[in-house]
Design a protein around this ligand. Structure first.
Ligand code: PLP
Length: 408
């Protein structure tokens, strides 16, 4: 045999006596079979075996098993992003002529996927108030197949009564898809609250370091899992072993990160409540939050993501406030070790339903920095805001009142 052929065919040396503490990264497109007969029968094991790298490797299957376990479920399918997971779930569950009900506080791209894409395939989307609870039944007709819940809502942090909504769905034979990205499996299990299918964007708390994009669908229903897996296959959706390995690493520290972020976020939320520059603090662990009692009933904790509205005199200055923060970096997404601030200048854009209160929201994703540095950062930005607004009108030595132009 030629040296070239030997090089091409060389397998790994024996791994006898080797056991890593971490999950090995197994990359693959082609998977080889011992015989043509085994190859012929490969799809017999499509749902739990190995057929082609796109449909699962030991690394990706390990991640799926871990997530299923965390949700006390039997099945998990990982996808390249949270958004692709939501899109796969909805396309697997809906067909032309169906209706889907979506909370108006849902992640923006969830709503866009329904309005812009599903509409072209004859699916009707109806937005409902996040606080609807059992009242969602009014919108359910015989064509309604899916109800999407997201608790709390991405920007405005409304808590939903998932058991009440799931009860209404079940009575009508519809299915509930829950976006559980805010809480993660550690702080809420929508499957225990009546949801049929959970979506979690692993890009957030599981990845945890702003360097990973993945999503997961988790269910206890084997038929539903198979449907998702079949549809995902025809769409060519799969994830890399490298990404799965990063997510597995993230899972190990997720409880510690979430705990620290949660404590810091609540500390900041309580402090912000007492600041005159702040109007509303939207954090479900605060007793005056409208969803507080449901949150206490259904959740085991809060993550590091919450929002505020500035007090009315400062609402025009959201951009100036956000621009003067230094420790909080400006961007989308959340769940990173580093704190992030997201200015939302029109939170009800793309929604049929108006949001009560100002449309201008500042969302904080609290990271792992010591909380006193985060508080000092916000305090300096609030002080600058006050100075800015107060100094807008000033009196010079001759007593002339001048209204100064906005500096920022
Ligand atoms: C980020 C996010 C998604 C989408 O996840 P990606 O991995 O960024 O596609 C979906 N829902 C919620 C609530 C999110 O925060």
């Amino acid at each position: 045999m030629n040296r070239e052929t030997k090089l091409l065919h060389a397998g790994p040396i024996s791994d006898e006596g080797f056991r890593s503490l971490s999950t090995p990264v197994t990359r693959a497109s082609t998977i080889v079979f011992p015989s043509s007969d085994a190859f012929e029968r490969r799809y017999d094991r499509f749902y739990d075996g190995y057929t082609y790298g796109l449909y699962g490797t030991p690394t990706t299957r390990t991640l799926e098993a871990r997530l299923a376990e965390l949700y006390d479920a039997d099945h998990c399918l990982c996808l390249p992003s949270g958004q692709s997971a939501t899109a796969l779930a909805l396309t697997s569950l809906l067909k032309a002529g169906d209706r889907v009900l979506v909370t108006s506080a849902a992640y923006g791209s969830t709503r866009s996927f329904c309005h812009d894409t599903l509409s072209r395939f004859g699916v009707e989307t109806v937005l409902y108030e996040p606080a609807a609870g059992a009242g969602v039944a009014r919108l359910i007709d015989e064509r309604t197949r899916v109800i999407v819940v997201e608790s709390p809502g991405s920007n405005t942090i409304e808590i939903q009564d998932i058991p009440a909504i799931a009860g209404a769905a079940r009575a009508a034979g519809a299915c509930v898809l829950a976006d559980n990205t805010w809480a993660s499996a550690l702080n809420c299990n929508p499957l225990d609250l009546g949801a049929d299918l959970v979506m979690e964007a692993l890009s957030k708390h599981v990845g945890g370091h702003a360097d990973l994009l993945l999503g997961a669908l988790v269910t206890r229903d084997e038929g539903l899992y198979r449907r998702l897996k079949d549809t995902g296959r025809t769409m060519g959706l799969g994830i890399s072993a490298d990404d799965a390995s990063l997510a597995l690493r993230g899972l190990q520290t997720m409880p510690l990160r979430l705990e620290r972020e949660g404590i810091s976020a609540l500390t900041l939320a309580r402090w912000l409540q007492c600041r005159s520059e702040i109007g509303d603090v939207l954090h479900p662990a605060l007793p005056n939050h409208p969803g507080h009692s449901i949150w206490r009933r259904d959740f085991q904790g809060a993550s590091g993501l919450f929002s505020v509205r500035l007090a009315p005199p400062f609402q025009a200055n959201v951009s100036a406030f956000v621009d003067s923060l230094k420790v909080f970096r400006i961007g989308a997404s959340w769940g990173s070790t580093q704190s992030i601030v997201t200015p939302q200048l029109d939170v009800s854009a793309n929604q049929a339903l108006p949001v009560p209160g100002s449309n201008r929201i500042v969302r904080f994703s609290v990271g792992l920095e010591p909380v006193e540095d985060l508080q000092a950062d916000i305090e300096a930005a609030l002080n600058a805001l006050v100075a800015d607004v107060v100094h807008e009108h000033w009196i010079d030595e001759e007593g002339t009142i001048t209204t100064r132009g906005r500096e920022r």
